[in-house]
Design a protein around this ligand. Structure first.
Ligand code: NOJ
Ligand code: CA
Length: 555
């Protein structure tokens, strides 16, 4: 394999209509509490991120997205925000944020922050005011308070269930109920209320003024609920966030689009091609594309792609649909295989039983993945993904080939899903374990004190970045190489042309001068002529083995 090329710095702050940075960017998700801990309390922080920006520049990513670091009681790892315009002391200070942002920009790395508009924390000033205020008051009208059913209002207003399990309503002492699509500590805002709308414009401007390059918008399909809040029960095997379920009265309602048109105008007040990326779990690529029409958001996570299994025909279909549906509305296709809510793809792609999103896996879950198969498929899958036109998201640790941690002791688990289902669903802790930097250091270099908010497996010493840095066979080396060639061959801005004749279990396409062949079957595949740029596994150069992807250029 050829050694990685050096990345070039892109100008930040310029507007380039039609060639905006987010159309082609590779964006690396940092989950701050598990990335790097500078002060030794066992929880990652902003200074830890700053200290590792050079590693991210060396990896070759264009931008980072940070999961929430705002003031929060951390009941849902920061997705329960008590103050949207301040940093939680757990992660540092606003000055630490400004420092991190300036240094990221100096490295040519853009920074996207997470915006959580569907709900706040129950510790948010507004919710505390609402609890102290009377039913029917203006303070209550910022959230979804309702009277209950039954003779004394003792039954919840409807039958909705929380995404994390259990009822979506909690009763307050005066008898009213409030809606929380997630944990009971995460009350939903009422987005029909102009005060809520104005507050979020202020929050957007607060971070835009500080210089952020955009926002990943949490639960972007959930803000508006059907009038009258009609009963609905999700299908038994539905993904927690909506996924394959059609016509859910709290997902994908038409009214959300007006909110994003409004935010689009707010972002347009600023220079530098600021972007909004929708976290919207919708059943199809076509539905997802509605979030990125020209006057709405700029990107939407491609969850139909993420949830596609290791199957050539299904992958071809979702890739084709994505490259039709997103460009049809003027948006780039996006690609993603892992994040902090799903089983890491180095395990997921080898699962042999259904595993709805959000349920996670534990030691007794059916269809346990074989680690070697999972890693091999993950490397092959990423080598396909990073050759696709559009923008791609990576999740911290996937560049090390980290698997899901399946055997976390029960008393260390922290995901509200685990508690709200009495352990029936393991939830998402297994993909959130702090990442290993140095094989022989305390907490593998995650924390100087050796503390780690979730325990790290013993096997992770050999997956640490230090152990992979100089190993051309390593997953880290593969990611660096693929990212460098993606940039050098401008694949993000390219176009895909399918190649046929390799059989049903093969994915083959050309993007510019790069030919990509991925063997998802079991029999070796004879490769066309060409010079090998990169391969996801070592092989004889002529016969592509199972679960392997190559990039070739013309001789
Ligand atoms: C989606 C986030 O990615 C997830 O981690 C969180 O629990 C829910 N939204 C609620 O905010
Ligand atoms: Ca810390």
């Amino acid at each position: 394999m050829t050694s990685p090329l050096t990345s070039t710095l892109e100008p930040i702050g310029e507007s380039r209509p039609g060639a905006e940075w987010w159309r082609t960017a590779v964006i690396y998700q940092i989950y701050p509490r598990s990335f790097a801990d500078a002060n030794g309390d066992g929880i990652g922080d902003l200074s830890g991120i700053t200290a590792h920006l050079d590693d991210l520049a060396a990896l070759g990513v264009d931008a980072v997205w940070l999961s929430p670091f705002y003031r929060s009681p951390q009941k849902d790892a920061g997705y329960d925000v008590a103050d949207y315009c301040d940093v939680d002391p757990l992660f540092g200070t606003l000055a630490d944020f400004d420092d991190m942002l300036a240094r990221a920009h100096a490295h040519g790395i853009r920074v996207i922050v997470d915006l959580v508009p569907n709900h706040s924390s129950d510790q948010h000033g507004w919710f505390q005011e609402a609890l102290a205020a009377a039913p029917g008051s203006a303070a209550r009208a910022r959230y979804m308070f309702r009277d209950g059913q039954g003779t004394d209002g003792e039954l919840p207003p409807n039958n909705w269930e929380s995404v994390f399990g259990g009822p979506a309503w909690t009763r307050v002492p005066d008898g009213q109920w409030y809606l929380h699509l997630f944990d009971s500590t995460q009350p939903d805002f009422d987005w029909a209320n102009p005060e809520v709308q104005e507050e979020f414009r202020r929050i957007l401007r607060f971070w835009l003024d500080r210089g952020v390059d955009g926002f990943r918008v949490d639960v972007a399909h959930g803000l508006v609920k059907t009038d009258g809040l009609p009963d609905h029960l999700p299908a038994v095997d539905a993904d927690s966030m909506g996924g394959a379920d059609e016509d859910v009265p709290y997902w994908g309602q038409e009214g959300v689009h007006e909110i994003y048109r409004d935010w689009n105008r707010v972002l347009a007040e600023y220079d530098g091609d600021r972007a909004l990326c929708a976290e919207a779990w919708l059943p199809t690529v076509d539905r997802t594309a509605l979030w990125v029409r020209p006057d709405e958001m700029h990107q939407a996570f491609n969850f139909p792609y993420l949830t596609t299994g290791w199957d050539a025909a299904e992958l071809r279909e979702v890739i084709s649909e994505s490259l039709r549906a997103f460009p049809a509305v003027g948006a780039p296709a996006t690609w993603v295989l892992s994040n902090h809510d799903v089983v890491r793809h180095a395990s997921r792609l080898a699962l042999t039983a259904e595993n709805p999103q959000g349920h996670g896996i534990g030691p007794d879950s059916p269809g346990q993945p074989i680690p070697e198969v999972g890693l091999r498929r993950a490397r092959a899958a990423t080598t396909v993904m990073l050759a696709l036109p559009g923008s791609a998201y990576l999740y911290q640790g996937e560049e090390l080939g980290l698997p899901e941690v399946i055997d976390l002791p029960a008393d260390t688990r922290q995901d509200p899903t685990w508690f709200r289902t009495d352990g029936e669903r393991y939830g998402r802790d297994g993909c959130r374990v702090p990442i290993p930097w140095v094989g022989d250091a305390p907490a593998y270099g995650f924390s100087p004190s050796g503390a780690s908010w979730l325990p790290q497996p013993a096997e992770w010493a050999e997956l640490a970045r230090s152990a992979q840095e100089d190993d051309p066979e390593s997953t880290l080396w593969l990611y660096r190489t693929v990212l460098a060639y993606r940039r050098a061959h401008e694949l993000g801005a390219g176009a895909l042309e399918w190649l046929t004749g390799f059989g049903d279990e093969v994915i083959a396409f050309r993007n510019g001068d790069v030919t990509v062949v991925a063997n998802l079957g079991t029999a070796p595949v004879t490769l066309p002529a060409g010079t090998l740029l990169v391969a996801s596994e070592d092989f004889d150069g002529a016969h592509l083995p199972a679960d392997t992807t190559v990039w070739l250029t013309a001789d």
